[in-house]
Write a protein that binds this ligand. Structure first.
Ligand code: SF4
Length: 429
């Protein structure tokens, strides 16, 4: 059977033109997806059932036993952490927020270690953004800053920018210019019309210089700024000013370097400056396929996008204090539920040392680096493959992912709802 228009649940592009060939309960071929997406659809190393640590090995347990263990763990904890959420659908994230409130825990998603600074900047100065469709059809200039989509979002270039046709651009494929700003010559820089190599940590200075040039203060610019010559800065500023419609996409190369959210604030203000001359937008290259959704769901349920602490009985948000890395580094939490993410692959050693000392339950279809830190892992269906659900694309457009195969695995939402029901019953006693 061929399933058309399936949605790829890997990166924030959420490509919705995937064709999947299914035989029984297996995907046997994938068309249109990039290598990352294809591997996700064809993924084979899934756990068959929940597992529990048993000394130095693992033993199989039932879903009921696993759910009971996870529920008791969260109820017994004084400061539970519920972390991850970017690799699951909005309906499951919603249950997660209710659970965090009930156990007075902290709920945080992966944006606190990726685009959290971007959100802080947007909260300060707003977001002149637009959908990917607008960029595809109108943009004649695209800037990738601190992002390497060829590696991380492979179809971003073919569907929306470098290689995409545009409805309002006669020769989009040839005429659209691409500028890459980065500290090293990435694969994306290789196919750019202009590559701006900056010194590590120099983003803020280069953005400030570009703002000054766009303002007409060219005489204030020194001969080089963070390794970029004055001539190149003027050329880049003029390219941006002369574009009919420009789009900046930024990645972790700018959010997680020196300056953090101030870099993004400066980039947004550069875009505002450019909007005095032409039309320009700016957006984040979101990584996990539904990290944008985790911010949306958290915000409309609590008022805050990530790092929400319910220990006071109300939602409290203070990035740097109520975010997962900080709580783990201070050895504050005494239990952790990990859903749809792999913190062991990204978190600092100090955090993992604490994670190794507390009870941890993970909901994930696949064994990953975090499995080594778990007491129990519960395998779940993969949203967009054997479960459906809502995810938000990197431009904030909600997309309904489809179920393309049937398996015995419960969805994250089903497992979380069972836990939440048990918690409510326990608290009612
Ligand atoms: Fe999947 Fe992203 Fe590749 Fe699109 S670009 S097919 S969403 S991994």
């Amino acid at each position: 059977m061929i399933v058309k228009d399936a949605v790829c649940p890997f990166c924030g592009c959420l490509c919705d033109d995937i064709e999947v060939e299914v035989e029984g309960d297996r995907v046997v071929a994938v068309t249109n997806a990039c290598e990352l997406g294809t591997k996700k659809f064809m993924g084979e190393k899934r756990l068959k059932n929940p597992i529990m640590r048993d000394g130095k090995t693992w033993k199989d347990i039932t879903y009921d036993e696993a759910v009971r263990y996870a529920t008791d763990m969260l109820l017994a904890a004084e400061r539970p952490l519920l972390y991850g959420w970017s690799g699951t659908h909005g309906e499951a994230q919603c249950v997660g927020v209710h659970m965090a409130e009930l156990v007075r825990g902290v709920i945080d998603n992966t944006s606190s270690v990726c685009h959290g600074p971007s959100i802080l900047a947007i909260q300060e100065v707003g977001h002149p953004g637009c959908t990917l469709g607008v960029v595809k059809n109108r943009a004649d200039l695209v800037v990738y800053w601190g992002a390497n989509p060829i590696d991380a979002h492979p179809r971003h270039l073919s569907r929306y920018t470098r290689y995409a046709e545009g409805f309002f651009l006669e020769n989009a494929f040839r005429d659209r210019k691409v500028i890459v700003v980065d500290v090293r010559k990435t694969e994306t820089a290789e196919i750019a019309d202009e590559f701006v190599r900056i010194k590590p940590g120099g983003d803020y200075a280069v953005l400030s210089a570009l703002r000054a040039i766009v303002r007409g203060k060219t005489e204030t610019i020194p001969r080089t700024v963070a390794g970029v010559t004055r001539e190149q800065l003027i050329r880049v500023a003029n390219l941006c000013k002369s574009a009919k419609f420009g789009a900046v996409y930024f990645g972790l190369g700018i959010t997680m370097t020196r300056g953090k959210y101030k870099n993004i604030r400066n980039a947004i203000e550069l875009v505002s400056e450019l909007n005095r001359h032409t039309k320009f937008t700016i957006s984040a290259m979101r990584g996990h396929y539904n990290v944008y959704g985790s911010n949306e769901v958290n915000t409309w349920m609590t008022g805050y996008p990530f790092g929400i602490d319910f220990s006071r009985g109300i939602a409290f948000y203070n990035p740097g204090e109520t975010t997962a890395v900080d709580i783990l580094a201070r050895k504050e939490c005494d239990a952790a539920l990990i859903v749809g993410s792999d913190p062991a692959a990204h978190f600092p050693r100090k955090c993992l040392e604490h994670l190794a000392e507390i009870p941890v339950v993970q909901l994930d279809p696949y064994p990953n680096a975090t499995t080594a830190f778990c007491n129990v892992q519960i395998p779940v269906a993969v949203t967009g493959i054997d479960a459906e659900g809502t995810a938000y694309r990197m431009d904030g457009v909600p997309i309904r992912t489809r179920k393309v195969i049937s398996t015995v695995y419960p969805s994250d939402r089903e497992v979380l709802l069972k836990m939440y029901t048990l918690m409510q019953e326990a608290r009612a006693r």
